[in-house]
Design a protein around this ligand. Structure first.
Ligand code: FAD
Ligand code: UDP
Length: 384
């Protein structure tokens, strides 16, 4: 009898498997329907020996020392500050929009102070910031919004920014400085030997049995277990009984070129041209020294694996219905980006999983058969 059947071997499932096995000495069956562990953070060596991210670029960044310390048990790190350029009006300029972006694009030589006034003249006043359009036009005005955000967002989400919650484009700030880093978090690191190696060390424990290419629906009635942690799409768990929750998908095109470098930075965004949103060149991220170079093109799509929950009020309402069902389902915990329907980064998922573990540990005596008090709400994701 397993104490836990954990569905999904991404960050949410693997962190919980590790905690339950190590801290409570409980027996865990960790399954994933894919052929590997690591979830969307899975990386692998391609045929030429280049380390690539199977599901698009994953850059670790966080302000939580606790989360870095926790993950450091399973990996060493390589410092990496992510920089992104956008191809706009035929030029490669920094995104997030900063002083150099505006000066280069408009052939100006503004100072930081002057740029503040320049933005203020163009910013559109909004009584309330609600949408992903409002967030940007209220700071930089309509022209830069159209150049950098409108086309990219329509491609990425199949929706106009005016139809998306403000939180989506709010992920990308605007700066009047020359800081061209994509993130400003205190910790910006990449696992030294890749994410998959880190996951392997996390789940290597005599009490954790890992089975890949195994779908929950195929084993739930076969394998005796006391409790479940489900990290897949929550609507799927409940047989879509209230209708499907929309998730956005991507098609990844991985390419290897017979030259050392393709582009000056890890990621180049294409807000105005092409069907793909961005090109990633992994050697910038991994620091690998190799005569060839590996790229990934991302083509957004409505069909395919669920990658992004779509932040929009009506989707959140539908999720709430499923969340109510989840809370009323004893002995099943819902954790992770798909099960809590939140556009979370990796560190936030680690934080959510650790918080869930604490809750389980506080409410459930080791080895007990009793049903624990369960909390599924996003507040579980608070990083303390
Ligand atoms: P997942 O990694 O999605 O894991 C869930 C697993 O459950 C999957 O492997 C799936 O196969 C499995 N599963 C689902 N249903 C079943 C079932 N019925 N039976 C068996 N298995 C099942 N975050 C960052 O911090 N930095 C980044 O740079 C970054 N870049 C990203 C780029 C892209 C293109 C994407 C899509 C995401 C990115 N993220 C990034 C977010 C990051 O991927 C997630 O925060 C994190 O991987 C979520 O972990 P998870 O365990 O919740 O979900
Ligand atoms: N975005 C944009 N243009 C850009 C970069 C981002 O319009 O050049 C918008 C787009 O809607 C995107 C969101 O901002 O989905 C968040 O960007 P981020 O780079 O965080 O996306 P992720 O890496 O999560 O796909």
């Amino acid at each position: 009898m397993y104490d836990w059947l954990i569905v999904g071997a991404g960050f949410a499932g693997s962190v919980l498997a590790e905690r339950l096995a190590n801290e409570r000495n409980e027996r865990v069956l960790l399954i994933d329907r894919r052929s590997h562990i690591g979830g969307n953070a899975y990386d692998r060596y391609d045929d030429d020996g280049l380390l690539i991210h199977q599901y698009g670029p994953h850059i670790f960044h966080t302000n939580s020392k606790q989360i870095v310390e926790y993950l450091s048990r399973f990996t060493d790190w390589r410092p990496y500050e992510h920089r992104v350029l956008a191809e706009v009006d035929g030029m490669l300029v920094p995104i997030p929009i900063n002083l150099d972006t505006v000066n280069k694009l408009y052939n100006l030589s503004l100072t930081s102070e002057e740029l503040q006034g320049w933005f203020a003249e163009r910013a559109e006043k909004k009584d309330e910031i609600k949408t992903s359009e409002d967030v940007v036009v209220s700071v930089v005005g309509r022209e830069l919004y159209e150049k950098f955000f409108r086309g990219y967002t329509r491609k990425q989400w199949g929706l106009d920014p005016s139809e998306l919650d403000k939180s989506v484009t709010a992920r990308v700030p605007t700066r009047t400085s020359r800081d061209d880093r994509y993130f400003t978090d205190e910790f910006q690191l990449m696992p030294k030997h890749g994410y998959t190696r880190m996951f392997e060390r996390m789940v290597r424990h005599p009490n954790i049995h890992v089975m890949t290419q195994t779908d929950y629906k195929d084993v739930k009635g076969l394998v005796p277990h006391r409790r479940v942690i489900f990290t897949g799409p929550i609507d799927e768990y409940f047989n879509f009984q209230f209708g499907r929750l929309p998730y956005r998908s991507l098609r990844f095109e991985h390419v290897t070129l017979n030259k050392r470098w393709h582009q000056p930075v890890g990621v180049v965004n294409y807000p105005q041209t092409h069907a793909y949103t961005r090109i990633t060149e992994y050697k910038h991220l991994t620091g690998q020294d190799h005569a060839k170079t590996a790229l990934t093109y991302e083509f957004p799509s409505a069909e395919g694996d669920p990658y992004y929950p779509i932040p929009k009020a009506e989707n959140q309402e539908l999720f709430k219905k499923y969340e109510r069902l989840a809370l009323a389902t004893p002995d099943v915990w819902f954790v992770g980006r798909l099960a809590t329907y939140r556009y979370y980064n990796m560190d936030q998922i680690v934080g959510q999983a650790l918080a869930t573990f604490r809750r389980i540990n506080e409410s459930l005596p080791v080895g007990a058969d009793t049903t624990a008090v369960k909390v599924v709400s996003p507040s579980a994701a608070r990083i303390s």
